[in-house]
Write a protein that binds this ligand. Structure first.
Ligand code: SF4
Length: 108
């Protein structure tokens, strides 16, 4: 009788403990190894149509936004964007690039 109860209780307890340990491990890895992305990437992506059509030659809107953030390309690469949105985005990118270039120019 005791062996039967042990056989019934021990596997769920072992699996539960294993799940708890792995859950804590996943939490710690997610907390300490998280990659922080530039919040400007989200700002740029929100200004794009977010159709993820690939007409710009990138895999999706986020990839184009990343290239814009790196200063490699501007909003004219996006084909379906409205002209008013394109102008607003190019203005945002110009201001962003000027702001990021200011510390270097003031150091002269
Ligand atoms: S062309 Fe514009 S809408 Fe299409 S994937 Fe590129 S950024 Fe997104």
């Amino acid at each position: 009788m005791g062996d039967t109860i042990r056989a019934i209780l021990i596997p769920p307890l072992v699996l539960g403990l294993l799940g708890l340990i792995l859950g804590i491990l996943i939490y710690l890895v997610a907390k300490y190894f998280a990659v922080q992305e530039d919040t400007r990437l989200d700002d740029i992506e929100k200004m794009l149509p977010r159709a993820n059509c690939g007409a710009c030659g990138f895999a999706g809107c986020r990839d184009l936004a990343r290239a814009m953030l790196e200063g490699k390309i501007n909003a004219t690469a996006c084909k379906p964007i409205k002209p008013s949105d394109r102008d607003a985005l190019n203005k945002y990118l110009d201001e962003m690039l000027k702001a990021s270039a200011q510390p270097a120019s003031s150091a002269k």
